[in-house]
Design a protein around this ligand. Structure first.
Ligand SMILES: Cc1ncc(COP(=O)(O)O)c(C=O)c1O
Length: 391
């Protein structure tokens, strides 16, 4: 490399590491471990969606679509989410289809938050949020969700809001803890957003994976939140389609115009044939969503029994497909050390909990995340290894 090239990394990329989640997947492959790490199902998506994708390709839906989303998909989303949010959405001006929830979040942050402004994030948080805020040159303000119940302290939340706050990211159902925020909690957040004129950027990717009668509350449906909320979700988790990269934002026209500008220059559009095929998924009958929740309830039960026998404590997940287990009693140097030993000696890959915390958090080193969006055989193989292990 020429000596004239200054250091390769930009100052921004210097501030975050490569994804630990993807790194653990590589280790799992290398060590032939049972992989309960990355949040990706190891079973196929519904057959109707595969057929719809093939059909869309054969029907020549293969060129750039309208940048902000396939018209039929936006129409279909409008019907579903107007009913869910309790107000009518205009598909022409209020929905943007993106390359997954990931792009939807990035585009929203870039569109709405200026460098130096603060974004409140509940901690632990999905690992992408931090690099995304760094890329946008914004400042993260963490508010703790505290073990074992993973609730926030209302005073800490109140104190986090200020004139510098521009947005709060709310992920419910929550990765990694499985918390589903209650109406009371969301109302408290909503009232603070209204008081300070702050946007609520939601991440509702696990909206349909709920247990024991838990109800998902769409924050935009709360009183006076329509114009402050950017509702974000996508196909990845509900339809077991993490590789299709389809997500969307729902927000009022002014916000959507800003998001669309960023989206166009970031990615132009999400994959055209897969957007069309997504219509088939959104239109699946209610029974599909009930089956999904039931299948995940059985997987959660199986995984909990596995951990119960080993004696690893956790808080009962109310939604999403993870168990965030407290491994502090095993006296390892750190959660990373624990996860490494578990992978190399027991043959089970997890995600070390510190991935989901800022380095400042005192809770950071105590947890590992088990993902149970797996076939029964995978969960059985993990159980066999864990039950034979000596901790
Ligand atoms: C909370 C959360 N948000 C977003 C994503 C990524 O979603 P997408 O595949 O739609 O980009 C994940 C994936 O694990 C997640 O857990």
């Amino acid at each position: 490399m020429s000596s004239k090239v200054r250091q390769v990394n930009s100052k921004k990329t210097d501030q975050f590491k490569e994804s630990v989640i993807r790194e653990m997947t590589q280790f799992a492959i290398k060590h032939k471990a049972v992989n309960l790490g990355q949040g990706v199902p190891d079973f196929p998506c519904p057959p109707a969606l595969k057929e719809a994708a093939v059909k869309a390709i054969l029907d020549d839906i293969n060129q750039y679509p309208i940048t902000f989303g396939d018209k039929l998909l936006r129409q279909t989303l409008t019907e579903k989410y107007s009913a869910a949010l309790g107000f009518s959405i205009d598909p022409e001006t209020e929905i943007t289809v993106t390359c997954g929830t990931t792009e939807a979040l990035m585009a929203s942050i870039l569109a709405l938050v200026d460098p130096g402004e603060e974004i409140i994030v509940f901690e632990p948080y999905y690992e992408n949020y931090f690099p995304q805020t760094v890329l946008a040159e914004t400042v993260v303000r963490g508010v703790s969700l505290t073990a074992p119940r993973w609730q926030f302290d209302p005073d800490e939340l109140r104190q986090a809001f200020s004139d510098k706050t521009r947005a709060i990211i709310v992920n419910t159902p929550h990765n990694p803890t499985g918390r589903v925020f209650t109406t009371a909690e969301l109302t408290m957040i909503a009232e603070l957003c209204q008081k300070w004129g702050v946007f609520m950027i939601t991440d509702e990717i696990y909206e349909h994976i709920l247990y024991d009668g838990a109800r998902h509350i769409h924050p935009a449906s709360l009183p006076d939140m329509r114009d402050l909320t950017i509702t974000i979700t996508g196909l990845s988790k509900t339809y077991s389609l993490t590789g299709w990269r389809i997500g969307w934002t729902i927000a009022n026209q002014e916000i959507t115009t800003a998001i669309r500008k960023v989206h166009d220059f970031l990615t132009i559009a999400a994959p055209a044939p897969l957007q069309r095929a997504a219509v088939q998924g959104i239109n699946l009958p209610t029974s599909f969503y009930l089956d999904l929740a039931q299948q995940y309830a059985a997987k959660r039960q199986y995984m909990m029994e596995t951990l119960d026998k080993v004696g690893m404590p956790y808080n009962l997940p109310e939604g999403a497909y993870y168990i965030f287990s407290d491994v502090s009693k095993y006296n390892f140097v750190s959660d990373i050390d624990f996860a490494k030993q578990l992978l190399e000696k027991v043959g089970v890959a997890t995600i070390p909990g510190s991935t989901f915390f800022s380095s400042k958090s005192r809770q950071a080193n105590s947890f590992v995340r088990f993902c149970f969006s797996r076939r029964q055989e995978t969960l059985e193989a993990a159980r066999e290894r864990l039950w034979q292990a000596k901790f």
